[in-house]
Design a binder for this molecule. Structure first.
Ligand code: FAD
Length: 469
């Protein structure tokens, strides 16, 4: 009888343990993607990007003689329908680790297994399953560096090759049409502005990795530079599972660069992603609450609609490097890691605004949005998370810009106001911004919404007071 392969954040054919197990069984495979509440609740940009990913993935399945069946509704109902329609005897999937997905999957597993269906979940999204990593005392890691040391020399299973053919079922069940799902409906800027920056799909991801490996030796020196393409830009592929972390790990090691500083630093960053998942798995609250509860009493602004927060969202804070980062995100769906730290520090410290307000905006705008990495990144910068930056580390946007964008190239790429010869990308921001924001290319650059020195002093005062309590 057929196996239903429920795809989620694993839109690839290689490095896919669940798919490989299904292929080994020689049974027909029915690949399915379900538009359930969890997918419906994605922010505008990640949902739009998912649509592009699904389209590319359906095409690559077709090249193996298979199809991607699209269904909408409660995941359990959809799977029950498909079992009935296809006579499937098994459902396989790759594990997800956020609390909603874990609860959903556990429930589905219990009910389907109770009805006599074989249900198997597989690794694939991570290098190491979160419960396989522990301190010497058997506890989850709370700090990154010891976790990195503990996984550093570990074996990572070799990634599976992509199967050439998938056995089709005798008859295919009905499928929705992707266009009817309108995954792009909240992303009106997508078609005109963001699209040129996106190359969806597994083949593009592998190609991106190849390109990056040619310059990985410069990664350590250049990864923090805002004005250079120093990083791999693989995060959105990882977020949708268009590439798997094991494939990256092996390619980086096999390319013979092990020990070279670039690859070492790169694998370390990949393990930051694991750390985020490790934390989310062991402390599911990471997504919604201060990881360190003593921060609950901190006097953050929690009103998302005050003018300075709107100025931040609209990338009109009057601090050029902050606005540049936020504009890059709005136009391309991505933001450099250094810029993410700068804009997050500015919001949580200079504007004393709760990290959740920033995290929500990122969840709406980032094509690489990832629940664990986003929550950890915000909490880390805000100080409420693990491995927090010391309370007195308040990024000074001016010195950050001088260090990481010394020739103002990044600024020129994203800030048009005041330039005699603005770049096309900087102007694109004005086309992308919703009309309701009332922006115009003729606008003057705004004055700072907060004086940097005063904002810093206020934040320092409150942070220090909290620390002394
Ligand atoms: P590279 O430097 O090439 O790194 C390789 C891979 O390692 C990345 O693709 C990513 O998967 C992982 N990685 C690198 N740095 C981190 C990190 N600090 N935390 C977790 N994983 C990391 N990353 C996301 O993928 N999705 C998010 O929603 C997200 N939100 C963030 C929010 C804030 C406030 C901050 C400070 C960071 C956030 N990050 C997030 C982490 C990081 O900024 C991005 O992973 C990185 O910029 C992606 O670019 P890259 O693929 O070129 O990274």
């Amino acid at each position: 009888s057929p196996i239903i392969l429920w795809f989620r954040r694993d839109l690839r054919l290689s490095d896919h343990p669940a798919l490989a197990a299904a292929v080994r069984s020689r049974r027909p495979i029915v690949p399915v993607f379900i538009l359930d509440d969890q997918v419906q609740s994605l922010g505008a940009a990640p949902k739009w990007r998912l649509g592009l990913g699904l389209k590319a993935f359906a095409q690559s399945l077709e090249q193996t003689g298979s199809r991607l069946i699209l269904r909408q509704g409660d995941a359990l109902d959809v799977l029950c329908d498909l079992i009935e329609e296809t006579g499937a005897g098994a459902v396989f999937w790759s594990r997800a680790y956020d609390p909603d997905a874990i609860n959903r999957d556990k429930r589905i597993k219990a009910i389907l297994a109770g009805q006599g269906t074989e249900v198997r979940s597989f690794a694939g999204h991570l290098l190491f399953e979160p419960w396989t990593i522990a301190t010497k005392a058997g506890q989850p890691f709370r700090v990154f560096t010891p976790m990195w040391r503990s996984v550093h020399g570990r074996d990572v299973p070799s990634p599976e090759l992509a199967p050439a053919r998938l056995t089709a079922p005798q008859t295919w069940p009905a499928t929705d049409q992707l266009v009817d799902w309108r995954l792009d409906q909240n992303m009106r800027r997508g078609a005109c502005v963001v699209q040129p920056f996106v190359r969806p799909g597994e083949a593009a991801a592998l190609d991106q990795l190849d390109g990056f490996l040619e310059r990985i030796d410069k990664y350590r020196e250049q990864r923090d530079r805002l004005d250079d393409v120093g990083t791999s830009d693989l995060s959105e592929y990882l977020a949708l599972g268009e590439i798997g972390p094991r494939a990256i790990w092996h390619r980086v090691q096999n390319a013979g660069w092990t020990g070279a500083s670039g690859s070492e630093t790169y694998l370390r960053q990949l393990v930051w992603r694991e750390f985020a998942y490790h934390l989310m798995y062991h402390w599911p609250d990471l997504l919604t609450n201060n990881w360190k509860s003593e921060w609950d009493a901190f006097p953050w602004n929690t009103d998302p609609d005050v003018p300075e927060v709107w100025a931040w969202r609209r990338a009109r804070t009057g601090v050029p490097v902050v606005d540049a980062g936020l504009r890059q995100m709005y136009v391309t769906g991505r933001m450099h890691n250094r810029a993410r730290m700068i804009v997050a520090s500015y919001l949580t410290k200079h504007l004393m605004t709760h990290w959740k307000i920033g995290a929500d905006w990122f969840a709406d705008c980032l094509t690489d949005w990832d629940p664990a990495a986003n929550a950890m990144g915000w909490q880390w910068v805000a100080g409420s998370g693990p491995d927090a930056a010391p309370y007195f580390r308040i990024f000074n946007p001016m010195t950050q810009r001088e260090r990481f964008d010394p020739n103002s190239e990044y600024l020129h790429r994203w800030v048009a106001e005041g330039c005699t010869d603005p770049s096309a990308t900087a102007l694109a921001y004005f086309d992308a911004a919703p009309r309701s924001w009332g922006l115009s290319r003729e606008d003057l650059y705004p004055d700072p919404v907060v004086n940097l020195r005063e904002g810093r002093a206020r934040a320092l005062h409150h942070y220090k007071t909290r620390k002394d309590q």
